[in-house]
Write a protein that binds this ligand. Sequence first.
Ligand code: ZN
Length: 341
Amino acid sequence: MKAIVYKGSNSVNCEYRKEPKINKSTDVIVKITLTGVCGTDLRIYSGNFPGAKDVVLGHEAIGNIEEIGKDVTTIKVGDRVVIDPTLFDGKCYYCQKGFHNLCDNKANTETGVDKDGTFAEYIVMPEDFVYLLPDTISDDRAVLIEPLTCVLNNLEALKLTFDDKLVILGGGPIGTLFAMVAEKMALKTVIVEKRPERLNFLRNILSNSEVVDANDKNYIDGIVKKFGRKPNAVVDATGCLFEEALELVDKGGRIVLMGFNSNYKATISPLYITNNAITIIGAGDYNNMFIRAIDMAENIDLEKLITHRFKLSEAEDAFKILVGEKNVSDKNEIMKVVFEM
Ligand SMILES: [Zn+2]
């Protein structure tokens, strides 16, 4: 089968690999139909996140069940499923407490990081890590369910409610997804972004969020004016704007930190946090959220985030385009990129 293999910093190859086999009687084989590129794939590619050499990348995917182990009971051949890539062991201290997202033994089992992932024609998964998709959800929408679970996890950790005034810093795919959900819940939702093409894209797809240009030096004043006071809930969807988030958030407010950036360090005054009763939240990985994300997906136009599609065999070019080494043939802003088989 074709597979996109990580060969070390700034290098991926389309290679032919043996198709995976059922290892345990509770395994299933999924024939992938659509798989999305995540920021994590790009960070592995560019050497900013540790990925195993020769691993097949990718962890956001949907497909059809091709084969099942003899003890599989919940899924049958032909079923359309979404993959949960977080292979926790279910046995460690944290798993037994119900915190699968904090599993001690995820090392060597992270799909598309140190275990072969979804940028391939087939993948083998335990039965418990695939979820049946309803016919009412299109493939394009379903491939965004995994990122939606990440957003849902952070949204819940933030305890967003109807009277919150929310600001999201960063209008990439995750920040935008956050806005798509939050604008149905919060009193006011603002999303802040720098790239001009991205600002236009956001204005087109978000129906009930205000889009603010971060290039405007006084953008924070502008938001305060709009809200009547500072926002009481702030999301840093970039992983490098914690200081701005602290400056922005109201007294008694909450900040959720959900971007990934392993190089960023912030200088903060703990006393400022104490005096202003600010809550800083780290939500970790999602935990038991797939069924809920699938239910939610019925009501959110997730597919609007997809801007570019490539064949799996074109992945090498796609990665170059995504990290800016190569130009894309159209002028559309790149948001979510998916690979088709
Ligand atoms: Zn565990």
